[in-house]
Write a protein that binds this ligand. Structure first.
Ligand SMILES: [Fe+2]
Length: 508
């Protein structure tokens, strides 16, 4: 039995120490001077991962394109899953009630499932900081590239086999490329839906759930087969959206499908759940704010998800979204309250740039109140190194200090960490930064989703730093403390995970 009080003290100590060791303080904290690669390499499976460039992978991912061309059927398919789950007798309010008291903690990680170094690099720090947490939540993209139920072994059960508590999840667009078949089978223990003949071009071409090799899945499940890893008192997760209830806080998870629309049935449920008088956080597959842009998920029938989040009667204190593979936090003033809007998608997949985020001003958030990880300079230096190597264009390379100086000049703030010595910016460096997207420019190398989807395996970025992150959230009746810990892939940061951000949120 874990001593809860001791855990809290341990996390407080780790957080204090982690602040001094972060990328905000030193290049070493960012993982740039990695004396030794982390122990995560011993956890990794021996087989090769998948390749986005493979024609088979692109064909399996075709639902994204079809949903864009002909409309996203996720809402209709989700309604079928809900009806099937209701017929199996699940709680129609999709409640999950973990055995926690008024004080507990949990982990949240987004966009995990690539099954490669960048996913496994997160594991040692997560186990260390997460010891004693009551559960973990995965927000978005549990399994790349297509959510297949046959790939949960190396991308879910194996990496988290030593995490000693239940894991709940909401799906991302990639989980939907499989019609949610793998996700529903694993998290909800749901049998496959009866196939429906498709009509029209979309219906004919639409990729349906892969047939699951049940023996293989049963073998993989054994890796997380301990009673402490199962949801107590209930067979499994009720559906692809849910609410985790505790006395002090509700964690409301929504399913944004492929194209980021909340269907009618889910909207009605969300409105009902939101009327509960307890404080809440929203967990979503698409962040409400990202890249200094406001883009809340539309609700079928009108309005947006943020209308629900902002309503003071609903008492949302934070909205956390995956999908974008980095960390960003926007404290937005709403009336006399501040709601923390967070992107937390750096839990495993290849890093998306932060250096493309200009001076933050969205919804009157001040640049100095905005936080991100990796720091813009580290993000620019990372991509400059990657492209310099792959394109054999050495002139593209910017050191972390040069990149930090350039991005801070552009954003108009002081570099977050003290730069190593005087840094002179040349015309060559500015051209490199421009080509890498540090400010708007028509000719730009991909550094975000396009890079991730089509080019990431062109890079042999199998060595630290990875710039991955996860959240630790601790809850008391009066306060929620959100901490962003980094995973660089270096041994030093596995032993003492850096703390990149911390915010205390009143639940009063
Ligand atoms: Fe993702």
């Amino acid at each position: 039995m874990v001593d809860r009080g001791k855990d809290v003290v341990m996390v407080e100590v780790a957080a204090e120490r982690g602040k001094q060791l972060s990328s905000r303080v030193s290049e070493e904290g960012a993982g740039w001077t990695c004396a030794q690669t982390g122990d995560f390499v011993r956890l990794k499976p021996s087989g090769q991962g998948f390749s986005w460039l493979n024609l088979g992978t692109l064909w399996r991912s075709r639902n994204e394109v079809l949903a864009g061309l002909f409309g996203d059927p996720s809402g209709k398919i989700r309604a079928r899953w809900v009806r099937a789950q209701e017929a199996r007798g699940i709680d129609p309010e999709f409640r999950i009630k973990p055995p926690v008291g008024k004080e507990f903690s949990f982990l949240l990680l987004g966009d995990t499932g690539e099954g490669d170094s960048s996913q496994y690099a997160v594991v040692p720090g997560l186990l260390k900081v997460g010891a004693g947490t009551s559960f973990a939540v995965i927000a978005s993209d549990v399994i790349y590239p297509t959510g297949s139920g046959n790939e949960y072994g190396d991308k879910f059960f194996r990496p988290y086999q030593d995490y000693d508590a239940p894991i709940y999840a909401i799906p991302g667009n990639h989980d939907w490329y499989d019609g949610l078949g793998g996700f529903m089978r694993v998290f909800c223990d749901a049998p496959a839906l009866q196939p429906k003949p498709g009509l029209g071009a979309r219906g004919l071409l639409w990729s349906r759930p892969e047939r699951i090799d049940e023996a293989r899945l049963a073998e993989a499940r054994k890796l997380r087969g301990r009673p402490s890893q199962q949801a107590a008192g209930q067979a499994a997760q009720p559906g692809s959206y849910w609410v985790i209830e505790s006395e002090s806080l509700l964690v409301v998870g929504v399913d944004t499908g492929i194209r980021n629309v909340i269907d009618k049935g889910q909207t009605e449920w969300l409105r009902r759940v939101s009327l509960d008088p307890r404080p809440k956080i929203l967990v979503t597959g698409k962040p409400i704010y990202t890249g200094n842009v406001y883009k809340p998920s539309p609700l079928e029938g009108g309005g947006t998800i943020d209308d629900i989040v902002r309503d003071p009667a609903h008492r949302y204190v934070a909205a956390i979204g995956g999908d974008v593979h980095n960390y960003q936090r926007y404290p937005v003033k709403v009336g006399d309250r501040v709601i923390q809007y967070v992107v937390s998608g750096g839990g495993g997949a290849f890093m998306h740039a932060t250096h493309t985020i200009g001076r933050v001003d969205v919804s009157a958030v001040a640049e100095d109140d905005f936080r991100c990880y990796p720091l813009r300079g580290d993000s620019l230096s990372f991509y400059s190194q990657l492209y310099a190597r792959r394109l054999r264009m050495k002139w593209l390379y910017l050191t972390p200090s040069e990149a930090a100086r350039i991005t801070s000049e552009h954003v108009g703030n002081q570099p977050v960490r003290t730069l190593a010595g005087p840094v002179r910016i040349t015309r060559r460096m500015r051209w490199a930064a421009r080509l890498l997207g540090a400010w708007p420019w028509p000719l730009r190398l991909p550094v975000d989703k396009v890079f991730h989807r089509y080019l990431s395996e062109l890079s042999d970025w199998d060595t630290p730093p990875f710039f991955k992150q996860f959240l630790h959230l601790s809850v008391t009746p009066g306060e929620l403390t959100l901490r962003c810990f980094a995973a660089t892939g270096c041994r030093a940061q596995e032993l003492e995970p850096p703390l990149e951000d911390e915010v205390r949120i009143s639940l009063g």
